[in-house]
Write a new protein. Structure first.
Lengths: 360, 277, 316
């Protein structure tokens, strides 16, 4: 039985008619791959072997489904929250044990932390909404926005627009050029501005807890749910991996047994028990409970949010939607367009793409 | 003497320029080494700290143990050796045809050779994969060296330039004497272009050694993996074992640097005779 | 073309009659073909099918995961109205037209320095070649550090001489110039070729010039540079082809997003995205062939102008 990791390779082997029996696929891609008919429909197998979808967090299970059929077994997940620098809060006269609970509070506290140096550049930054995991998607959900509704994609939902406008507000108020020169593009280099100790608040994932343990920063920090807009509930969104059986795999039964195990209770438990698992959370609440992850106060923050976590829409144009959203975010904060108009454009573009795909 | 001091100043200025630029060019490699020796806490400092407070030499033996280093090394050597042999056998032959044999196909074929270099590999990699699939070679390392025995456009171009620069009298003399074309080629032309052949060899070695995409797509059995693939084993779900990865990288790159340094004298003389003039 | 000229003169040693016989021509055709056979076979086996298939794909909605349908010129038409496509063409041409000449100037300059008889030549030459051997991650981090607007070395030195440092990679107007600066690291490979070109210039020319009283500058202008033009020509072609296909560095830097504000969305980056992320391989193939045409045009232009400025010299 063959197993493959790495999308380039997976794509080529499927194209060449040589698919592996099992593959690990980012859950986010399940929608578009399933739409192309390249994944085996696992629904009959799931029903036959009595897999209970409630064993998994709702978000992770939904993300592995397309058009009400199961195409992947979820494996591993992650979540986002707000990290805050207690030391900086103290310096700014804020109570380090009272992190912001709403966006309004966040805005006020961040303002106090922003500090410019003698050369006019920022020495301390309170909050830059789009740093690290603070993508437009994240902020939109914090504002109670949504990206799909009744089968339609809704990038330009009114709350999404408000979220983008709020982000643009920061760009205007604190001068985007100055902010960019602070945050800079750090790509995949593994470097995180939060550790410089110069950032008050930042949105990041639970996996950062591993790096923080390694980096031993010189300041005190904490983590709390992301503050939502006034009147909304705190939330998070999650992504993660999954196991799939590519269409045309030769040993389907064996493949199914394998992924049933890995993505099931025992496999998940085993994987989570490995020595360098650190602060990873699994896709199954029971496993997380069994491993008493709750007792780690930092991890608890993420875990508590998982049952209501959001996930990116499962659609053939999922990746396009994401890239369009980022492109438009980039344009908006650089002052190259109005949020509403830009998001309307995104809707038009993804709807066009969808239409092309649904043509018989 | 005034001239000598002037010369000394020129030399000093040159050295200074070269040192400044040289360090600048050396810096990424220095960063590699620096990261490979860093303890965890200093890994993510920004701005980066160049000299780690403790030199974690242990990262090197750990990196070697992390994946089957010597197996991958052996595989990489095999592939590199075969591919280099391949281009050395095929490309000079073809270049000679394009440069010195007066036949109608030489110009069009040369044009075609250039044109083949203008299409980005991203769109040809899938059909090429399908070709190898039909030949039953996927899952082996054959696709990584077999094509070399059939020529490579960049080297053909380079060697053609070289052949164009050799004196024509040589082959004319051979032809008048009634020698077969192959004898002219092997006894007269080829020995004259040893430096150019060395050049081709060096470039191919570097190419095969640092090839990541090729082994990724064609090799499925871990026992056949190459060193570059070994590097990916340091990646974790949300990051990487940076220090060991960089240590591994240093060890993989070092042989190439040494090879280049040792060969660069002949290497440079090699391109000289390419007659690009 | 030069090739024909050389071939023509090589016949001079033969008796007129023998050269013209069809027998001779046939013999040469056979030999030409035989010697080139490995490559011809190689093209047929490994290049012909991919070439034909990629043209075919460009007329379909092939996605790698499914064969797609025939869409005729649909992909090409769609490209015409694709804003990102045009942005990527602009970005790529901007980059090519500036970085290629810049690389030539710097490459030739450094090669001239490396050609002087000083100690440690070997070490210096190796140093300049090294960035080509280092993985993209390392290059990315070094440049992020050097070009950091707040504490990067480049801005630090600029401020020392009183110039306010620009925001480099964080600003859409400065991001491409930053990348052009970064492209200079690839100059090591070209330098090797220039060095060869320099060493091939017969010393007698310089000696003769000295006798005539020429100083360094005149030697450079009337001997060195003209005789280097064939080498420069080679690197100009290869450099243009390479620059138009620039991909790895901007992709690693921006994680594929081309930010800020799409200023770093290069052509092959967008092509790659379409092919492997959006699963629109047909669309990407159309892009590839358009790129091919653009590069072909540029190359032909360079070839056409070569007579004006490239000086070939016989080896005798």
């Amino acid at each position: 039985m063959t197993y493959v990791e790495g999308t380039d390779k997976l794509l080529t082997s499927i194209a060449g008619g040589n698919p592996p029996d099992v593959a690990q696929l980012d859950r986010f891609m399940v929608g578009s791959w399933a739409a192309k008919g390249s994944l085996e429909d696992l629904t009959p197998l799931v029903e036959r072997d009595g897999i209970n979808k409630d064993d998994y967090y709702p978000a992770v299970w939904s993300e592995a489904n397309y058009e009400n059929k199961v195409f992947a077994m979820p494996w591993g997940t992650d979540a986002r929250a707000l990290y805050y620098n207690k030391t900086l809060m103290k310096e700014a006269g804020l109570d380090p044990n009272k992190p912001p609970k709403t966006i309004t509070e966040l805005d006020q506290m961040a303002e106090k932390i922003f500090k410019k140096g003698s050369n006019g550049k920022y020495e301390r930054v309170g909050y830059i909404p789009w740093m690290n995991q603070g993508f437009f998607y994240t902020q939109a959900w914090n504002w109670g926005g949504k990206f799909e509704d009744n089968g339609e994609l809704t990038p330009n939902d009114p709350q999404n627009v408000k979220a983008l406008e709020w982000m643009v507000g920061y760009a205007k108020k604190y001068d985007i050029a100055n902010l960019s020169s602070f945050s800079n593009a750090m790509g995949q280099t593994g470097l995180n501005p939060f550790w410089t100790g110069k950032v008050g608040f930042i949105i990041d994932g639970n996996w950062i807890l591993n790096d923080l343990a390694k980096a031993k920063p010189q300041f005190e920090w904490g983590v709390t749910p992301m503050p939502p807009a006034d009147g909304y509930q705190p939330t998070t969104w999650s992504g993660g991996f999954s196991y799939v059986i590519p269409k045309g795999a030769k040993q389907k039964e064996a493949a199914w047994e394998l992924i049933k195990f890995i993505a099931g209770y025992e496999g998940t438990l085993l994987w989570a028990k490995r020595p360098n698992a650190g602060n990873d959370i699994t896709a199954m609440p029971k496993v997380n409970e069994e491993l008493k992850m709750n007792e780690n106060p930092n991890l608890k923050v993420f875990l508590d949010l998982m049952p209501t976590a959001k996930f990116r829409p499962v659609t053939p144009v999922g990746q396009k939607l994401w890239d369009e959203a980022l492109r438009v975010q980039d344009l908006a904060i650089n002052g190259k367009g109005e949020p509403k108009a830009l998001l309307d454009e995104v809707k038009r573009n993804v709807d066009n793409e969808l239409a092309k795909i649904s043509k018989p | 003497m005034k001239n000598r001091t002037l010369q000394r100043i020129k030399n000093l200025a040159t050295h200074l320029c070269l040192i400044v630029f040289g360090l600048f060019f050396l810096s990424p490699f220095l960063w590699l080494i620096s990261t490979s020796l860093k303890p965890d806490e200093e890994l993510f400092l920004w701005p980066p700290k160049w000299i780690p407070s403790t030199l974690m030499w242990s990262n090197y033996p750990e990196a070697i143990d992390y994946f089957p280093f010597f197996t991958y090394l052996r595989n990489t050597l095999t592939i590199t050796g075969l591919a280099t042999l391949g281009v050395l056998l095929s490309c000079p032959l073809v270049a000679y045809s394009l440069a010195r044999i007066p036949w109608r196909g030489s110009k069009p074929l040369f044009g075609l050779t250039l044109i083949l270099m203008m299409l980005p590999y991203q769109v040809t990699m899938i059909p090429i994969f399908i070709v190898f699939k039909q030949l039953g070679m996927v899952g082996t390392n054959v696709p990584l060296w077999l094509p070399a025995f059939f020529g490579a456009p960049f080297f053909i171009f380079l060697l053609r330039q070289f052949f164009m620069g050799l004196p024509k009298e040589l082959e004319d003399a051979g032809r008048i004497d009634g020698a077969s074309e192959f004898r002219i080629y092997s006894r007269i032309m080829l020995p004259l272009c040893k430096p150019a052949l060395l050049t081709v060899a060096l470039f191919q070695i570097i190419g095969s050694w640092t090839d990541y995409q090729g082994p990724l797509i064609y090799l499925s059995d871990e026992a056949q993996y190459t060193l570059m693939l070994g590097l990916t084993s340091f990646k974790t779900q949300h990051g990487a074992e940076w220090q060991m990865m960089m240590a591994s990288n240093v060890m993989i790159t070092l042989p190439i640097i040494i090879l280049y340094f040792g060969v660069q004298k002949a290497f440079i003389r090699g391109i000289t005779f390419s007659g690009i003039k | 073309m030069a090739a024909n000229k050389k071939l023509a003169t090589s016949f001079s040693a033969y008796p007129q009659a023998k050269r013209q016989t069809s027998g001779y021509k046939r013999k040469m055709s056979l030999y030409g073909f035989l010697f080139a056979l490995p490559w011809i076979l190689g093209i047929l086996m490994f290049s012909a099918y991919p070439l034909v298939m990629s043209i075919y794909y460009s007329f379909t909605s092939y996605s790698v995961l499914d064969p797609g349908q025939w869409v005729g010129t649909g992909n090409y038409k769609e490209l015409m109205s694709d804003r990102t496509f045009w942005t990527s063409i602009y970005n790529t041409l901007y980059y090519t037209f500036i970085s290629v000449p810049l690389n030539i100037v710097v490459g030739v300059g450094l090669a001239l320095l490396l050609n002087t008889r000083i100690r440690g030549q070997g070490i210096y030459r190796t140093l300049f070649f090294m960035p080509s051997l280092v993985p993209a991650v390392a290059t990315t981090i070094i440049w992020l550090w050097l070009l950091n607007p707040q504490f990067g070395l480049v801005n630090y030195w600029l401020e020392q001489i009183g110039i306010p440092g620009p925001p480099w990679l964080g600003d859409e107007h400065w991001s491409k110039p930053s990348l052009i600066l970064m492209s200079l690291w690839g100059v090591g490979q070209a330098i090797v070729i220039y060095l060869a070109g320099l060493q091939d210039i017969p010393q007698d020319y310089y000696d003769a010039a000295e006798v005539d009283g020429a100083n360094t500058l005149r030697k450079l202008r009337y001997i060195t540079l003209p005789l280097m033009t064939p080498v420069i020509f080679f690197n100009l072609i290869m450099g243009t082809i390479g620059a138009m296909q620039n991909f790895v560095l901007p992709y690693t830097l921006t994680n594929g997003t081309g930010s800020p504000a799409n200023s770093l969305m290069f052509y092959v980056m967008y092509l790659y995205q379409n092919a492997f992320t959006y699963l629109k391989m047909g669309y990407a193939s159309a892009m590839a062939w358009i790129l091919f045409l653009i590069v072909l045009v540029l190359t032909v232009l360079i070839f056409v102008t070569q007579n004006r400025w490239v000086h070939y010299q016989g080896k005798d």
